[in-house]
Each structure stands twice: as structure tokens, then as C-alpha cells.
Design a protein around this ligand. Structure first.
Ligand SMILES: NC(=O)CC[C@H](N)C(=O)O
Length: 324
């Protein structure tokens, strides 16, 4: 039997535990209540997970608690659209410019009539409309299969959240109509919106998100299963858009302070990719005014600082993470 004193504590795990303790009583922020089902979530839930590209996992808090992936899904569906249509065709439909506006703003680029980028709702809906398949079921199944490759197991839809979004998502519906008007999506608006609401309502836990982020950090190969989740050619595109647009109208400050590609969602999830090193995921449902997890942002700012992960520090050889 292993004596507790003989167990070598992982330095990273200790750091994660300290950060969890430090922020677990922070009560800043609000639950997303524009999706009625999300307003029912326990605001105290909080977990942090890191997966390295060699498949080690470090977890603290409620890391098995399931929640809906929400906007974090946009990253992966974008990768799928790139694989199916290629860079140029996707760029014709959705730009790659940060907006400085809220994630749900109803604005399109005046000149091109494209949504600004795939990380805001309008852009994500247009990207979802590109997913190929002979009908709604095949499109959904292909998407579920793509997510399965990233996570390493099957993934399911939270029907209550899906119905909640579907019945109250008038703003997203309005955007879809606007894009239909400009010929940016085709006429099957309700099918496209259903698929978009379904992708947002997929259930994940914090550990799943860490594996997904680690897969992007590992050039598209899931570190646990060894499966190629997305062609490595497109990982660059995905990470560029995450870096410039993933945190919405906080993306600039995030790039400045944390300096890593990331994506948040209104259920309180946040993923961060440290290329060739690890994926980081935080779950805490209290959000700031821009729709980013308050505790999530703070934890990532500290982790970046502690380990010298900011991409421009990192390039100068400042990374202090040595793999455990
Ligand atoms: N930022 C988000 O997570 C938004 C996703 C949410 N499903 C919506 O469409 O509004």
C-alpha cells in the first residue's frame, strides 16, 4: 500500500488546487438567464482541468459535472466546415475579423455582408449551415461523430436546453433571416437553427473540454485515443480565430494578458490551447457582462502568468511547465 507521504505530489495539481481554493468563494458575475434552462444551474460549480499532449490529466473540483458546451462548440464546427469546403469557400461566407461587439450582436460586414467571424453567433450559424449531409439527421450524426473524435466517447444532447434555446432564440432566428436576405445561408433556416441549437446543447464535463483543447494543442490528434479529430492543416486556422475572436469583445485584452487561443461559452465553460503543450479547461457558470466565465478568466490569467505561457513570452523560452 502506498503511504500518503510517499506520494509525489504533482506541482501542477497543487497549483490548480490553490487556484480552485482561491476563487471558489468568489461570487462575482451572473448566470446566463436569456436561455431559461441555464438560469437553473448551481452557481457554485467550479472545476479546472488540464490535459497535456502526452495524455496526462490533472483535475480539481466538479470535473465530472455535465453542462452544455454552448459557444465552445463553434470552434469544432468551424474546423469541420473547413475540412468539408476548404479555406477559401468558408472565408467567402464568414470573415475572420474580431468585432469588438457582443457575441449576439446583429451586425454583418457592411461591404461583404458576411458575418464578421465564426465565433460570434451570426458567424457560427452561417458555419453550421455549411455542414454537409443528406438531411437533418445525417448532418447531426456527422457532427456528433466529429465531437466524438475530439472527446473520445459518445456525446449527447441536453433536450431541455435545446428546447429552451429553440423556443426563445428569436435573436438567433433574426440573424439567420438577415443572412438569408443577403444570400449568406440558404432557405432551410429552421433546420440550420435546430442544428446550431443542438450543437450548443451538447453535454460535456470539464475533463472532456480539456481533452478537446489538448487535441487542438496536439495538432488535431486526440492524446488519449490517438485518433485524428481534425486535419492538422486546419488547426492553424482554428487557433488563429480563437486567438483573435474567441473571447468576443474581451479578445484583445485576453490576448494582451493571457496570450493564448481560447473560447468561452455562456454555460460557463472556457477552453485554452497551449500549442504543443496542453489543453486547459475551466467550468464556472457565473459570467461577466461579456458572457465569459469570471472565475475562468481569472484562473487562466494566473496560469498563464505562473507558467509563462503567453505566446510571446513562450517564444522567448519562458515556459516554466515541465510536464507534471
Ligand atoms: N456565447 C454563447 O455561448 C452563446 C451560445 C448560445 N447557444 C446562443 O446562441 O446564444
Amino acid at each position: 500500500m502506498i503511504n500518503e507521504s510517499e506520494v509525489i505530489r504533482s506541482p501542477l495539481l497543487s497549483v490548480l488546487q490553490e487556484l480552485h481554493e482561491k476563487y471558489q468563494h468568489l461570487q462575482e458575475g451572473k448566470l446566463a438567464n436569456y436561455i431559461p434552462e441555464l438560469a437553473k444551474v448551481n452557481p457554485d460549480l467550479f472545476s479546472i482541468c488540464v490535459m497535456t499532449i502526452d495524455g496526462q490529466i490533472f483535475t480539481v473540483g466538479d470535473y465530472q459535472h455535465l453542462f452544455t458546451i454552448q459557444s465552445i462548440s463553434k470552434v469544432f464546427v468551424y474546423g469541420m466546415a473547413l475540412e468539408e469546403h476548404g479555406r477559401d469557400a468558408v472565408l467567402k461566407k464568414v470573415g475572420v475579423e474580431p468585432t469588438g461587439d457582443a457575441f449576439n450582436s446583429i451586425v454583418l460586414d457592411e461591404m461583404s455582408k458576411r458575418p464578421y467571424n465564426p465565433m460570434v453567433n451570426a458567424g457560427a450559424i452561417a458555419i453550421t449551415s455549411l455542414i454537409k449531409g443528406s438531411g437533418p439527421t445525417e448532418r447531426l450524426n456527422r457532427m456528433l461523430d466529429m465531437f466524438r473524435r475530439y472527446i473520445g466517447h459518445d456525446i449527447f444532447i441536453d433536450i431541455s436546453v435545446f428546447m429552451s434555446e429553440r423556443t426563445t432564440g428569436h435573436r438567433n432566428r433574426a440573424m439567420a433571416h438577415l443572412m438569408l436576405n443577403f444570400g449568406m445561408i440558404d432557405h432551410k433556416i429552421e433546420e440550420v437553427l435546430d442544428l446550431y441549437f443542438q450543437q450548443c446543447s451538447l453535454m460535456v464535463n470539464c475533463q472532456d473540454l480539456a481533452v478537446m483543447a489538448a487535441t487542438l494543442a496536439n495538432n488535431g490528434i486526440n492524446p488519449v485515443t490517438g485518433e485524428q479529430a481534425v486535419k492538422s492543416d486546419y488547426v492553424r486556422d482554428i487557433l488563429s480565430v480563437m486567438y483573435t475572436c474567441g473571447m468576443y469583445n474581451f479578445a484583445g485584452e485576453w490576448a494582451y494578458k493571457v496570450g493564448l487561443p481560447a473560447k468561452s461559452g455562456v454555460s460557463g465553460g472556457l477552453i485554452v490551447v497551449v500549442p504543443n503543450k496542453m489543453g486547459i479547461a475551466v467550468f464556472s457558470p457565473l459570467l461577466d457582462q461579456r458572457g465569459n466565465s469570471v472565475r475562468g478568466v481569472k484562473v487562466c490569467e494566473e496560469l498563464s502568468q505562473i507558467y509563462g505561457l503567453h505566446i510571446f513570452d513562450y517564444l522567448r523560452g519562458s515556459c516554466k511547465f515541465n510536464g507534471n
